[in-house]
Design a protein around this ligand. Structure first.
Ligand SMILES: *Cc1c(COP(=O)(O)O)cnc(C)c1O
Length: 366
């Protein structure tokens, strides 16, 4: 028998990884892209020009500031918190990954409430963390009864409760904002940490940031991808108790935030007013889009984010999605997600993109 030698085969990844499906969102070449909840406009021209000038000054041969102090200070000032409460990473997805690397793992569980942002449970599983799944009510909101029920299911070797409870508010893909009283009650009852993913925080009238002073177990996660028009940059952050921030640094790779990103993030915050103006226009476009949608054969879910979830009631959702692609309008087909049969999600675009979407949708519905 010939002995098998190195270089002839590839071992499979860890069994649980082998059975996982990675993140999937079709990228089709279209004129109107309303599928990824990005900002419809680029950041302010003056910001871009100043960023270009600043890049000229970067010593590319040197490692960047390891703890990104200036960027973290700018974020801390923006929120009126101490810099020791701020942690940054390459997109809020990486922030979530750091949280799970530090607080998840094989002897622990996390709680999520479906339908919600798929990456919470996905990253949990990647880190070997058990996931206990609750369900939102008919209005896509988390109830305290359901939180209590799920918390009892989270018993693992380390704790009798989920180490982390994930809330996404406003929730992707439903757009619903949890009432602050729900977040507060969950924070009061949770024995573990509570992560509030506020990727869409600025589009909503309330934020969990206000609860940080009173609740040490609260972790608020935000991103520059949506409101700040900087999805290409990959920058997200967390505000939490300094003890949590300190734990996250332990699982962070050295020099994980590149120098250009650090400069860009701090500079972006100088354009807060421009960002707020853009958010205001998107919020008023959202009202206009919801108004147009409500005149068609669809059921619209109220939204506090920069996207709108709607249910196709008389047609096949996938067929409608395809008809829109044929008109060069790309939205997100989430009709095969559990609890969301028949639903599609559209990102708020520019006024003309929204008009084009409404025209195409109205034609597709017949
Ligand atoms: C878009 C999104 C993110 C990811 O943002 P990045 O900062 O681009 O990684 C995180 N959470 C939710 C709920 C999102 O919708």
């Amino acid at each position: 028998m010939e002995q098998e030698v190195g270089g002839t085969r590839i071992i499979p990844p860890r069994a649980d990884v082998a059975s996982m499906v990675g993140y999937y969102s079709p990228q089709v070449d279209v004129k109107v892209r309303l599928n990824s909840n990005e900002a419809p406009e680029p950041p302010p021209t003056e910001f871009v020009n100043r960023l270009k000038d600043a890049i000229d000054e970067v010593s590319l041969n040197r490692y960047p500031a390891r703890e990104a102090d200036e960027l973290r200070l700018a974020i801390a000032r923006h929120h009126g918190v101490g810099v020791d409460r701020v942690y940054c990473a390459n997109g809020s997805n990486e922030v979530l990954q750091s949280i799970l690397l530090a607080y998840g793992g094989k002897d622990r569980s996390v709680a999520v409430f479906e339908p919600t942002y798929a990456l919470h449970s996905h990253i949990a599983r990647v880190t070997g963390t058990q996931v206990v799944v609750g369900t939102r009510n008919d209005d896509f909101l988390v109830t305290i009864d359901e939180f209590d029920r799920v918390s009892r299911l989270g018993s693992t070797q380390d704790f009798e409760f989920p180490a982390l409870t994930f809330l996404c508010s406003p929730n992707n893909p439903t757009g619903r904002l949890e009432p602050l009283s729900t977040v507060e009650t969950i924070l009061d009852r949770a024995e573990g940490l509570v992560v509030v993913d506020e990727a869409y925080g600025q589009f909503a009238p309330r934020s969990a940031v206000d609860l940080l002073e009173s609740h040490r177990n609260l972790l608020v996660v935000r991103t520059f991808s949506k409101t700040w028009s900087l999805a290409a940059l990959r920058l997200g952050y967390l505000i939490a108790d300094p003890e949590v921030v300190e734990a996250l640094w332990r699982v962070t790779l050295p020099y994980h935030l590149d120098a250009i990103k650090q400069i860009a993030g701090a500079l972006a915050i100088e354009y807060e007013r421009e960002m707020t103006d853009r958010v205001d226009s998107i919020v008023s476009e959202r009202a206009r889009l919801i108004d147009s949608l409500s005149q068609l054969a669809v059921e619209v879910v109220p939204s506090d984010a920069n996207f709108v979830l709607f249910k196709v009631t008389r047609n096949d959702a996938k067929a409608v999605w395809k008809a829109l692609v044929n008109e060069s309008v790309l939205i997100r087909d989430i009709s095969s997600v559990p609890h969301l049969e028949g639903y599609l999600r559209v990102t708020i675009g520019t006024p003309s993109e929204n008009d084009r979407f409404i025209r195409a949708l109205s034609a597709a519905l017949g």
